[in-house]
Write a new protein. Structure first.
Length: 307
């Protein structure tokens, strides 16, 4: 029988999520003997700017209303960086970040300015990308005392310039994309040597809007069924660590009852890199996902002619 494994990737996008959601998730994991991989946004929390997507992106308002975003994310997060000043997450929440590392979880970088990267990466110059990414790594080094060995792009948004900035850091791996299994990314004709481990399962904020999954029980049944083979599941400190913590605990308990194991992403990376020659090269592209506004970066579906 193929072992069932779910690597939990915890994206921390905001001050509120990092300060309050991370300790809650640490308690949830500790109670179950689970280890995960946390990625921290380290610069200004301008998440309130996401509110403007309500007016600029098709489908976002409907999603906000259906998912009841204010109750999902909290009004403070919704307004942060707009009506309220933008807190610096690395300054306000360093202790919560360190406590994740102390508890034996993987930790890495989830960008400097999450909103800017997510919304504007394609218009940022190589120099701007390198500066943004470098600031996040410098702040991580200040907080943890050692360089970050892994990173995850905000909003699964990557391009040749971001992969280039990443390559200079000598990371063990990155987790920037959605769908499919691990690969070395190709972009703008260049093949990069930082292993990419994609998120494979849909996120809870995507499945919560689905008409065919109207109840918590239906959501739990969906995730229980989805945990086949090895999966990477992204959760958000702002969601699973706060308003949806109870549902998340139910999902974890179903998986534990089924014998699902929870490797950290660094463990998956080590396993994959041990067979370096078997790692495929895939071109990255942008794609839309059900339940999510805008586009994300993917190495899937594989294009055989190019791979
Ligand atoms: Zn994020």
């Amino acid at each position: 029988m193929i072992p069932r494994r779910v690597a939990l990737k915890v994206d921390c996008d905001t001050a509120e999520g990092t300060r309050d959601g991370v300790p809650r998730l640490l308690a949830i994991f500790a109670a179950r003997g689970i280890r995960a991989t946390f990625f921290f946004t380290l610069g200004p929390d301008r998440s309130g700017l996401a509110v403007r997507r309500v007016f600029t992106q098709k489908g976002f308002l409907r999603k906000m209303l259906r998912s009841r975003a204010p109750s999902l994310y909290g009004w403070r997060t919704m307004l942060s960086g707009t009506l309220l000043p933008a807190p610096m997450i690395g300054e306000c929440c360093a202790e919560a970040m360190r406590s994740a590392a102390r508890a034996g979880h993987d930790t890495g970088v989830h960008g400097w300015d999450h909103v800017r990267w997510h919304d504007r990466l394609d218009t940022m110059t190589a120099e701007e990308v390198r500066e943004d990414y470098g600031r996040a790594h410098a702040e991580y080094l200040r907080i943890f005392g050692i360089p970050a060995r892994m990173s995850a792009a905000p909003g699964w948004t990557a391009n040749a310039r971001s992969l280039e900035a990443q390559e200079e850091r000598g990371l063990v791996f990155a987790s920037d994309t959605r769908g499919g299994s691990y690969f070395f990314p190709r972009a703008d004709g260049r093949v990069f040597r930082t292993l990419e481990i994609p998120t494979t399962l849909p996120t809870l904020d995507e499945t919560l809007g689905r008409d065919d999954l109207p109840t918590d029980d239906a959501q739990r049944a969906f995730f229980r069924e989805a945990a086949r083979g090895t999966q990477v599941h992204t959760i958000h400190a702002e969601v699973e660590g706060r308003s949806k913590a109870g549902l998340f605990e139910g999902i974890l308990d179903d998986w534990l009852a089924d014998g699902v194991a929870f490797p950290r992403l660094s463990e998956l990376a080590r396993e994959v890199l041990a067979h370096h020659e078997a790692i495929p090269v895939r071109s990255i592209s942008q794609t839309a996902l059900p339940g999510r506004a805008g586009v994300v970066t993917t190495g899937w579906p594989e294009t055989p002619a190019q791979a």
